[in-house]
Design a protein around this ligand. Structure first.
Ligand code: 0O2
Length: 210
């Protein structure tokens, strides 16, 4: 059984590793050019087997249909400083020709009931294996640092309460989501000042040879 999962997850692991390099590479290119990077940092993970089984059960996905029906076994996250950066990142992803975009879900204009905000891009990514090319689905979640902070906290609470939040926690999480939204709005308003300060800081570091 362990061997079976190892075999099944191998192309997903490879895809996550490759995509991390590629998406981090996008950030590096902005750095080299010395301009503001819309990408702050990138993370990636393969969904643990227990979570795959959990989600399959919840969403009634037969185990022999995981490849087609579970879109986030390979998951990447791209964090941005500002809400407007998300649009820039999505446009950059649309221009790439090393994968095909199969679906986009905009939970920023249409936030989820929980308060969750993020932009999801589902891609079909070709992995080269010793048995030939295998195309797998992967989900790229693009969000601001504030959206990520909220989602990370909510995710751990969700785990603790198995999705059944006590009413007071639910209300507080919704309030926290609104606060994160306002934080994003405020940061957008002083974006120019922040970027100027960051550019000056980076010039100073360069001059020091750091
Ligand atoms: P994990 O542990 O992050 O892998 P659904 O179950 O309908 O919400 P679906 O159809 O798979 O999800 O698509 P969706 O909503 O586009 O993407 C699901 C993933 O988005 C989740 O994966 C989370 O990573 C994230 N997400 C969606 N809604 C929420 C939310 O309310 N709170 C948080 N913190 N994250 C959310 P998994 O499999 O749930 O979990």
């Amino acid at each position: 059984m362990v061997k079976h999962w190892d075999l099944f997850l191998a192309p997903y692991k490879q895809a996550v590793e490759e995509l991390k390099v590629k998406l981090k590479g996008m950030r590096a290119q902005f750095e080299i050019l010395g301009v503001h990077s819309p990408i702050e940092f990138v993370t990636g993970r393969v969904k643990p087997v227990a979570s795959i089984l959990d989600k399959a059960q919840k969403k009634n996905i037969p185990l022999d249909k995981l490849e087609e029906q579970m879109q986030d076994i390979a998951g990447l996250r791209m964090m941005c400083q500002f809400v407007d950066d998300i649009k820039t990142v999505v446009e950059l992803l649309r221009k790439r020709n090393d994968f095909e975009i199969v679906e986009e879900r905009d939970y920023i204009s249409q936030k989820k009931e929980s308060g969750y905000r993020s932009y999801h891009v589902v891609i079909r990514y070709p992995v080269q294996t010793i048995c030939g090319e295998k195309k797998i689905l992967a989900e790229i979640q693009i969000r601001t640092l504030a959206m990520n902070f909220w989602a990370t906290i909510e995710h751990s609470l969700n785990y603790k309460y198995s999705g059944r939040f006590p009413e007071d926690i639910k209300v507080r999480l919704q309030r926290a989501a609104e606060a994160a939204y306002r934080l994003d709005e405020e940061m957008s308003k002083i974006r120019f000042e922040i970027q100027e300060a960051q550019a000056a800081f980076s010039r100073k570091q360069d001059a020091k040879g750091e």
